[in-house]
Design a protein around this ligand. Structure first.
Ligand code: F6R
Length: 365
């Protein structure tokens, strides 16, 4: 049941410190500074190209993983919407690995993409939450997320546990490819092991995020901005808001603002920005924020103390998150965007756990 929580979605948001920890401990013991992966269908050091394929929120987890694989493992990687990729039927790389990401393990297009890859002889991996699901059964290897049952239609803890698994995979591939030193691996795994505690700190800002959400709920359109791994977080924030509050929202890469969307900026369009100060593209993002504020945009900033000091001037609202290694920032910045969408939906009086027109598992195309 929902216990003390008003909705399953809120309960599932609050479960994240625990389920991220559970998932992490399947690959890392609390002391071990080395990631241990289950048997993979390929040699992790010899993959020519990783193709991550999924739908919706799981696709955004794949987008984050592409940054990790490229940056930490120097692993060529691409991320593909399952429904497009399977019908585009592109040529597959020899020695490639196709990773299908799915909470339910039953999403028709993701399963179709997995079968397309298998039929062409590619090695496949499933990142799934339901171990007896079709994708888990058909994939060449499985890395399970230990989110537990997710009842709310909007994906929350499934997303952050997918990120947890994919982060471990990127570390293991980096080690196998010789791009991650033992010291670097220790730093990354320590940062991951701290995530449950940091995530619990982020949840302490719930009340503040609720007040911001009550203001956002009055808007007709909302923009989300991010760069680097915060770009998929911006997309995820916008998806979450539109699916449960029915407010129109768009996520953009910060650098794309001047190529069109900045024309939308006026006092009625809240602009939600995810920007950890530790990001290598923080200064670029700060520039986009200043341009937005200069045009009358009402900016909500999610950043750490240093980031808020460096770019908070002129912002309408700020939420201070813990300062963390940029590698783990996506796991933490997921939480405020989830809470913002949740409270905006509650303020609008929508059916948070069962939004109109949506199903928990999309088993038809
Ligand atoms: C959004 C959401 C959906 C799912 C998508 C894939 O909150 O829940 O976008 O992420 O339908 O579902 P799975 O992961 O079950 O394949």
């Amino acid at each position: 049941g929902k216990g003390e929580y008003r909705h399953f979605m809120l309960k599932e948001i609050y479960e994240q410190p625990a389920v991220i920890g559970d998932t992490l401990h399947t690959f890392l013991n609390p002391l071990g500074q080395r990631v241990r992966l289950p048997e993979l269908p390929v040699d992790p050091g010899g993959v020519s190209r990783v193709t991550l394929t999924a739908c919706g929120t799981a696709f955004y987890a794949g987008m984050v993983a592409r940054y990790w694989l490229e940056q930490e493992a120097r692993q060529p990687a691409e991320v593909e919407i399952a429904s497009e990729w399977r019908y585009r039927a592109p040529p597959l790389a020899d020695d490639g690995l196709v990773t299908a990401i799915s909470q339910s393990g039953e999403t028709a297009d993701t399963l179709g993409a997995l079968r397309f890859a298998r039929e062409r002889g590619a090695a496949t991996l499933g990142v799934v939450n339901v171990p007896e699901s079709t994708i888990a059964r058909e994939a060449g290897g499985v890395m399970q997320t230990l989110a537990g049952p997710e009842i709310g239609v909007a994906s929350t803890k499934a997303f952050t546990t997918q990120l947890t698994v994919l982060a471990c995979q990127a570390i293991a591939m980096g080690r196998a490819r010789g791009t991650i030193s033992p010291e670097r691996e220790e730093a990354l795994t320590n940062a991951l092991l701290e995530v449950p505690a940091r995530a619990a700190e982020v949840l302490n800002h719930d009340g503040r995020i609720q007040r911001i959400a009550e203001w956002v709920a009055a808007a007709r359109d909302v923009l989300y901005l991010g760069r680097g791994t915060m770009y998929p977080l911006a997309l995820e924030g916008a998806l979450k808001l539109k699916e449960i509050s029915y407010i129109h929202a768009e996520g953009y890469a910060g650098g794309e603002m001047k190529h069109g969307p900045i024309a939308l900026i006026d006092e009625g369009v809240p602009v939600i920005v995810c920007a950890p100060s530790t990001s290598p593209v923080f200064d670029k993002m700060a520039g986009n924020v200043q341009e937005t504020i200069a045009r009358g945009g009402k900016v909500v900033l999610f950043s750490d103390r240093e980031g808020l000091e460096r770019m908070g001037e002129g912002a309408t609202a700020c939420v201070e998150l813990p300062k963390v290694d940029p590698f783990v920032a996506p796991l933490l910045y997921a939480i405020p965007v989830q809470l913002l969408a949740y409270h905006a939906a509650v303020a609008k009086g929508t059916d948070v756990d069962q939004p109109r027109n949506l199903a928990k598992a999309v088993t038809v195309e």
